[in-house]
Design a protein around this ligand. Structure first.
Ligand code: HEC
Length: 166
């Protein structure tokens, strides 16, 4: 019995957000054609949105508006390119079907883990972990250690205790 639950649990954990074929195709087409402006999470923050401000699309277009939105995708509008040479109406609609499955706040599918490939880019100006901090010098107490010269007298005032390696 419990083994059964574990197996089901594993199966669910593996594919918690299995996409229907239309959604899968819609996502693939979005990732080919649309994210550059509308954003990887369809929240409107793609790299080109800096020059062509692009509205968020995740979870925002209701099914009854699909025909109008398909028209817009096919024909373009303002800075939004026309896709009639690239996508037919069915594929345009598939993108909308996929977009409708996304949470308008996070741009993710409900239950989707944040750390998957759809996750927002890591913040680029986060401080780097300090990697060139001086290594603690490991020496036997009576071994001769060459004193660092550049620190002048300050270093000689208080001999530092050998630091513990992390
Ligand atoms: C070059 C940038 C760019 C690309 C690529 C792009 N869009 Fe757009 N999109 C825009 C802009 C800008 C608007 C706003 C157009 C306006 O109203 O002036 C827009 C508007 C839309 C709208 C209307 C949203 C609303 O709230 O009115 C939909 C739907 C849409 N885009 C879908 C798509 C789809 C689907 C793709 C890919 C097939 C795509 N876009 C690719 C820039 C882009």
């Amino acid at each position: 019995m419990s083994v059964m639950f574990i197996l089901i649990g594993l199966a669910l954990a593996d594919v918690p957000t299995k996409l229907a074929p239309d959604e899968e195709r819609g996502e693939a087409l979005y990732r080919e054609n649309c994210w550059q402006c509308h954003g990887a999470n369809a929240l409107g923050a793609g790299p080109l949105s800096a020059v062509l401000p692009s509205p968020p699309l995740a979870g925002r277009i209701a099914t009854e508006d699909f025909p109008d939105s398909v028209d817009l995708i096919q024909g373009g509008q303002g800075n939004m390119p026309a896709y009639s040479q690239v996508l037919n109406r069915h594929d345009s609609r598939r993108i909308l079907v996929w977009l409708a499955t996304l949470d308008p706040e996070t741009g993710r599918r409900p239950g989707e883990e944040p750390e998957d490939e759809d996750a927002p880019e890591p913040v680029e100006d986060a401080p780097e972990p300090v990697e060139d901090a001086p290594e603690p010098v490991e020496v036997a107490p009576d071994e001769e250690v060459p004193k660092p010269v550049e620190e002048g007298n300050a270093a000689s005032q208080e001999p530092a205790a050998p630091k513990q390696a992390p």
